[in-house]
Design a protein around this ligand. Structure first.
Ligand code: NAP
Length: 267
């Protein structure tokens, strides 16, 4: 790829954002031109992250930022409320976006899809950028055709704000597209402690584990007479997400619509 892709990022000080800044620095055809933060306004990303040569200035407001710089792609790794607001602003400004922030509901995605179409702007929203996790979801959808009984156990570090994870919900959505609708467990089951059976997505149970030491892990457990099938993915560090982020930044340059899930841009 010859063209340099000029990038604005929100969440650069965070765990995913700082890894993404590193990726941008290491990628010849990527250039970080600005960041958006609610702190350290007027400083550079390099000063805040202690990275030499990263001179991108920090803006307080995305709208203001996009009026002042010529961005090709906006990347967001913040939190649900900020990510939602930023995605709308970027689409309305006609700047293509890669959104890694999780917590977007089906309704949010549908609304943003319409907004992206109206503004003829490409967006990729991906609950998980790890290629192995994308395959885990695809394999789970395949298994969901043959196994009606399934429970999802997603496990993350204890600083994660949303539950279930975006990956957990997206996996349930993908399985629900092919699985015969079915309420998991005994019809008369009773929870003796609230939440014991986890969240309910179309009858599929999702259990969220939060522990220090974990990064991002998920098991999709299928059961049938006399057998179980376990599909598991583990991200051991945040580097695991970066090949997916790089791919999304490159592919969004060719899009004029919103794509939800990295699986939709992988063959
Ligand atoms: P994090 O370490 O808490 O980073 C979030 C960053 O956003 C923090 O530096 C935070 O600053 C900043 N922020 C908060 N409000 C802001 C605002 N209004 N404007 C600009 N920046 C703001 O979280 P993380 O682990 O990097 O995760 C970020 C998001 O990505 C979460 O939604 C997470 O679930 C998701 N995630 C996605 C993937 C994927 O593959 N798609 C993988 C891992 C995580 P303060 O701390 O000062 O508030």
């Amino acid at each position: 790829m010859n063209q340099t892709i000029k990038i604005v990022i929100a969440g650069a000080r965070g765990k995913m954002g700082s890894e993404t800044v590193q990726l941008i620095q290491e990628t010849e055809h990527f250039e970080l031109i600005a960041a958006v933060d609610h702190k350290y306004i007027g400083q550079t990303v390099g000063e805040v992250l202690g990275m030499d040569g990263v001179t991108a200035p920090i803006y307080h407001d995305l709208k203001d930022c996009l009026q002042n710089v010529e961005a090709d792609v906006f990347i967001d790794f913040t939190n649900y409320e900020t990510g939602m607001k930023h995605t709308e602003i970027a689409i309305e400004a006609g700047v293509r976006s890669v959104i890694g922030t999780s917590g977007f509901t089906k309704e949010d995605v549908a609304r943003l899809q319409t907004l992206a179409e109206e503004n003829n702007t490409g967006v990729i929203i991906a609950p998980n950028f790890a290629l192995g996790a994308v395959l885990m979801m695809k394999f789970s959808k395949l298994a969901g055709k043959y196994f009606d009984d399934v429970e999802i156990i997603e496990m993350h570090h204890d600083q994660k704000l949303d539950a279930p994870s975006g990956t957990g919900i997206k996996t349930a959505e993908m399985i629900a597209e092919v699985r015969k609708p079915h309420q998991q467990g005994h019809p008369n089951e009773k929870e003796l402690l609230k939440g014991a059976r986890g969240a309910d997505y179309d009858g599929i149970r999702i259990h969220s584990v939060r522990l220090p030491g974990l990064i991002a892990h998920q098991e999709v457990l299928f059961g049938s007479a006399g057998e179980t099938l376990l599909i598991r993915h583990d991200s051991y560090n945040r580097h695991s997400f970066m090949s997916g982020v790089k791919l999304a930044v490159e592919r969004v340059m060719e899009l004029n619509v919103l794509v939800y899930g990295l699986d939709n841009i992988l063959e």
